[in-house]
Design a protein around this ligand. Structure first.
Ligand SMILES: [Zn+2]
Length: 280
């Protein structure tokens, strides 16, 4: 199979439509996977599956799932999702967007149409997720006794140091942080966290309100059009421009988020902190 290298993607610029040549097909269970040269579809990432796959149509057929595929240079077998044995972007592999349909795609050249309403809701959720992480870092800054890497606003990066999983939802996100021994060893004070939680959520929420009111611009920097190009999310916040490595989709201004709220929840044994973020 000659698929001609990694899939080129147009979703980082916010694209939801495209037309492209079919360059390969691969069975996905008893469904059909179609690979095109260039697509607006965002697939689930196999290494850090935070943002769900786009839905929509390819050649008029419903895209029921969209997954990441990889094929080793000179190889024949397309590996899918969790079966990919290497990390995202590993050199020597072509990285593919695989559009999954119930029936085979009959055409050699296809129209690709992403469900724009679902995409918009996921973009809002993803932008909200990054802003909430920065607001949480600021709200927890006083709890560090040792130096850890800081985020772009100069606060100890609790988010990147403690994150266990991040899920982007339509219009929001759910981030789970591990508060185990290793985080304490790095200098994080977890004592009294349960009691202070409402205050921390309030501080984070107040900051988010300011950032939404500031109508700050949001954009993606991309070194290339390939699926696994190392893209970066940027936001021109009043306190300075921030950047976070990110493979997802986003809104273009913070004001589009409307009322942005966070709630914090500590697990019964205190080992996990969950942040629920919701835009509205
Ligand atoms: Zn991201």
């Amino acid at each position: 199979m000659d698929i001609g290298g990694s899939t080129l993607v147009s979703y980082p610029e916010g694209e939801v439509r495209g037309r492209s040549a079919v360059v390969g097909t691969v069975p996905v269970g008893d469904r059909h996977g179609t690979i095109v040269a260039e697509t607006p579809f965002h697939p689930l990432d196999h290494t850090w599956p935070d943002q769900p796959a786009d839905t929509g149509t390819i050649g008029g057929l419903a895209v029921v799932d969209c997954v990441t595929g990889a094929v080793e240079e000179g190889g024949e077998t397309v590996r899918l999702g969790e079966d990919i044995p290497v990390r995202r972007g590993t050199p020597g592999w072509s990285w593919l967007v695989v559009h999954v349909t119930d029936a085979p795609v009959p055409d050699r050249e296809v129209e690709l149409v992403v469900d724009a309403a679902v995409r918009h809701a996921l973009s809002a959720g993803h932008t909200a997720c990054h802003l909430a992480a920065l607001a949480l870092n600021a709200a927890l800054a006083g709890r560090w006794r040792k130096e850890v890497p800081c985020d772009a606003l100069g606060h100890p990066d609790f988010d990147q140091t403690a994150i266990a999983s991040s899920r982007i939802l339509p219009g929001g996100s759910r981030d789970v942080y591990r508060l185990g021994k290793s985080l304490r060893r790095k200098g994080f004070t977890a004592e009294g966290l349960a009691e202070e939680l409402p205050e921390i959520a309030q501080r984070a929420g107040d900051r988010l309100k300011e950032w939404v009111a500031a109508d700050a611009p949001v954009w993606i920097d991309s070194p290339g059009p390939e699926l696994t190009a190392r893209r970066t999310w940027h936001c021109g916040l009043p306190g300075g421009e921030v950047a976070i490595p990110c493979g997802g989709t986003h809104l273009s201004r913070t004001s589009e988020l409307g009322a942005l709220t966070v709630t914090l929840e500590l697990s019964g044994d205190g080992s996990e902190l969950t942040m629920h973020t919701a835009a509205g």
